[in-house]
Design a protein around this ligand. Structure first.
Ligand code: S3P
Length: 429
């Protein structure tokens, strides 16, 4: 298990990041959606993280031919997706497993989806139940809840489904199934979750419309989609670690270049702004979604905040936001965030365990937590194999030396994280 020590620093920095990891959600979708075309898709700046490379490898096992030169990827789909001769390994990626479950449910053949020990303990019935209800044949441990999942693809019925959870993974799995169903389908969620799937598939020619009554209407495909031609923007969830760094170190600033400014993805920056950081957004282009730069500057001690709305829009950033809360003035509160318990780790538990090790007082609730802001003490932090826990506490290390155990998981989403962090402080193996 690789462990790393981050040294505290008081040195103001001004970081211009044009190498934040490419967006993970969009990269997964590039690998999968290119299979729905009959022409080669050209993707620039594909995320070379373990999770997204696993999705790319699955596309290859399904018959796509892939040419890759660094982050430049060309995916040529097969005329017909083929039954793979081996199991399909999604690594640590919930997105990979849930979206592929939706896609493969409608494809003739037998498919086994598996993943690492963490992914194999995460709930899959949120997709397997609605997929089974439209005719998918899926089995797995705990009656289809736990991977490995065995899928026998076949005919799917159209549906009308209101999801009890605001989740882009569930929505995307159901949209991918709906594209293969026998008639138009309807899907609804309470808060619009990240909408890369709708934007990208519509851009490729699929008929997916958000109706005025809040239902998303998906028409089945009548012909192959147009190929993708895309440069993946930087990942705002990865950039957010360096946003928090700038917000907590006096006189520091970070510019995150060429990042998606999709409103469903930048809510955490809005919260950091509410806590007192100076933040500005500069939109530069719009390719499937708005893309531009975000500048974050230190603006004095942060204030506490209550976070209870739009949780699906900042679910991935709550661990890093919790580091900001732990040094803010007053008590911060996170509510309605039960979903944190079923991420790469139980993040309510792993965030609070880490903060308590740093001497921060917290109160745990079933659907969130309270953090009494104060100072952070040096500590040894277990990441529990969760990339966002490892990176959040590495940023806390800027204020008090932190030894982070089990940092290998960072490679799932942000392989050059420590290269960027080393521009601000010292890192010892
Ligand atoms: C993702 C959706 C989110 C997010 C995950 C990536 C996606 O999960 O936490 O990191 O790419 O669709 P849920 O939509 O299930 O909350």
């Amino acid at each position: 298990m690789k462990s790393v020590t981050i040294s505290a620093t008081t040195k103001a920095f001004s970081l211009e990041c044009s190498d934040i990891a490419p967006d993970k959600s969009i990269s997964h979708r590039c690998a999968m959606f290119s299979l729905l075309s009959d022409k080669p898709s050209k993707i620039k700046n594909f995320l070379l993280g373990e999770d997204t490379l696993a999705s790319l490898s699955i596309a290859e096992q399904l018959g796509a031919s892939i040419k890759r030169n660094g982050g430049d990827v060309e995916i040529t789909p097969p005329t017909k997706l083929s039954e793979p001769s081996n199991i399909l390994d999604c690594g640590n990626a919930g997105t990979g497993m849930r979206l592929y479950a939706g896609l493969l449910s409608g494809i003739e053949g037998s498919f086994i989806l598996t993943g690492d020990k963490y992914l194999r303990s995460r709930p899959m019935n949120r997709v397997t139940i609605p997929l089974r209800n439209i005719g998918a044949k899926i089995d797995g441990r705990e009656n289809g809840n736990l991977a490995p999942l065995a899928i026998r693809g076949g005919d799917l019925k159209s549906f009308k489904y209101a999801s009890p959870i605001d989740s882009a993974q569930i929505k995307s799995a159901l949209i991918l199934a709906a594209l293969q169903a026998d008639d138009s389908s309807l899907y609804k969620e309470e808060l619009l979750s990240r909408d890369h799937t709708e934007r990208m598939l519509s851009g490729m020619g699929a008929k997916i419309t958000l109706q005025s009554d809040g239902w998303i209407k998906i028409d089945p495909l009548t012909q192959p989609l147009n190929p993708l031609n895309i440069t993946v923007p930087a990942d705002p969830s990865s950039g957010f670690f360096f946003a928090v760094a700038a917000a907590i170190i006096p006189n520091a600033s970070t510019v995150i270049k060429n990042v998606t400014l999709n409103p469903t993805r930048i809510e955490a920056y809005k919260i950091l702004e509410k806590m007192g950081a100076n933040i500005s957004y500069l939109e530069k282009e719009n390719i499937y979604e708005p893309i531009g730069d975000i500048k974050i500057s230190y603006n004095g001690k942060l204030s506490s905040v209550t976070v209870e709305n739009n949780i699906a829009w900042l679910i991935d950033e709550l661990p890093a936001l919790s580091i900001a809360m732990s040094v803010a003035k007053g008590t911060s509160l996170v509510k309605n965030a039960k979903e944190l318990r079923v991420k790469e780790s139980d993040r309510i538990n792993t965030v609070l365990t880490g903060l308590n090790a740093c001497g921060v007082t917290t109160i745990e609730h079933e659907d969130g937590y309270e953090i009494m802001g104060g100072t952070l003490n040096s500590a040894t932090i277990n990441s529990y194999g969760d990339h966002r826990i490892a990176m959040s506490f590495a940023i806390a290390g800027l204020l008090a030396e932190m030894q982070i155990e089990d940092t290998q998981c960072i490679d799932t989403s942000f392989p050059n994280f420590f290269d960027i962090l080393s521009q601000i402080t010292q890192i010892k193996d």
